[in-house]
Design a protein around this ligand. Structure first.
Ligand SMILES: [Mg+2]
Length: 346
């Protein structure tokens, strides 16, 4: 195996197209680090570390990426089995771990002349040629919601995700209006981002269920409440914000908290741990949706390739590149008519 002879990183700031409000902060941009590795044969691998909604700060990411890379130069590249040993010490900085791991995976894939998906899937895994994605419709008025759904439908999208949780009377009209217009021609999923109390969630899901909801992400904020909604609601529920680590996932699985688990490789610490999480979930007969933390093109490319290694049960949340006003310069495949095709050269 060849040696790593060059490792560098640089910070980036990508403005969002519109500000993103979360419980604690309004985000106007995504900050991260691009990592470049090169071996002595000239193969190059790129990674991306972009902390978001985690305890890891951007300053920690920058400091740790620099420290780790300085220790890597001159070492013989690991194989896939040895790769985690290169990331010891990054367990509490998942975005850093993600970026470093992705750079190594991309380098190993290039050396092996296989796609990133094929490398991650391993010799016994399968890789789809494309993945289905949802259209993020977001919030807004009834008219705005319908206009976005209709535009998406005309552009070939068949799975729509509405944000709910702000005003239930309006949410009900938006859901009903969307289903009435869409009929049986597409899927409709909702995301409440943990906005409702347990009592509200049970009542609201009962009211919304006649309109054929594929699933609702986090109607409530805690795992215990999510499990309760799941057992008392006809609408399937998904865990998203609660899936912060493999340990958190195992607790949620043990409580029977959700039918579907939304996995963000950037939050979980890389593609391999996200695939391990997905395997645990699928083993229990449950489903996985891969999404990004509004990552740049390098991390999105990685998440798309991970999604291609998983069974196609639900559309993924990978069309997030359109949320960025600027992007990294990297060949990441785009959404076309509700799907992202893996390019043979990726
Ligand atoms: Mg969500």
């Amino acid at each position: 195996m060849t040696r790593l002879i060059f490792a560098r990183w640089y910070p980036y700031v990508l403005p969002l197209r519109s500000p993103l409000k979360t419980a604690s902060h309004t985000w106007h941009e995504r900050r991260g680090v691009v990592i470049t590795l090169q071996d002595e044969d000239g193969a190059v691998g790129y990674g991306e570390a972009a902390p978001f909604l985690t305890t890891e700060s951007w300053a920690e990411t920058v400091a740790q990426v620099g420290t780790v890379l300085s220790q890597w130069v001159g070492r013989t590249l690991p194989d896939l089995a040895e790769l985690p040993s290169w990331l010891v010490g990054c367990d509490h900085t998942p975005a850093t771990r993600h970026g470093l791991e992705l750079a190594l995976l991309n380098l190993l894939a290039q050396r092996a002349e296989v796609s990133l998906a094929a490398l991650v899937a391993g010799s016994e895994g399968t890789v789809a040629s494309r993945v289905a994605v949802n259209r993020l419709v977001g919030g807004g008025t009834v008219a705005e919601t319908l206009a976005r759904v209709q535009q998406g439908f005309e552009e070939g999208d068949r799975c729509f995700k509405l944000k709910v949780g702000h005003d239930f009377a309006q949410d009900r009209q938006r859901v009903r209006g969307t289903r009435d217009w869409l009929g049986e021609r597409g899927e409709l999923r909702l995301d409440a981002n943990g906005a409702w109390t347990l009592t509200e969630a049970i009542a609201h899901c009962a009211e919304l269920s006649p309109w054929g909801i594929e699933y609702i992400e986090q109607p409530v904020a805690t795992g215990e409440d999510l499990a309760e909604v799941r057992w008392r609601s006809a609408v399937p529920v998904a865990a998203d914000e609660l899936v912060t680590s493999l340990t958190a996932l195992k607790s949620l699985l043990s409580w029977g908290a959700a039918d579907i688990y939304v996995l963000k490789p950037m939050q979980l610490g890389g593609l391999l741990v996200a695939r391990e999480a997905a395997t645990e979930i699928l083993k229990q007969g449950l489903s996985v949706v891969i999404t990004t933390a509004i990552d740049g093109a390098i991390a999105r490319h990685g998440a798309i390739h991970l999604a291609a290694t998983l069974p196609a049960i639900h559309a993924h949340g990978l069309g997030t590149g359109s949320l960025l006003a600027e992007d990294l310069s990297y060949p990441c495949p785009q959404v076309h008519r509700g799907f992202i095709a893996l390019e043979p050269s990726c």
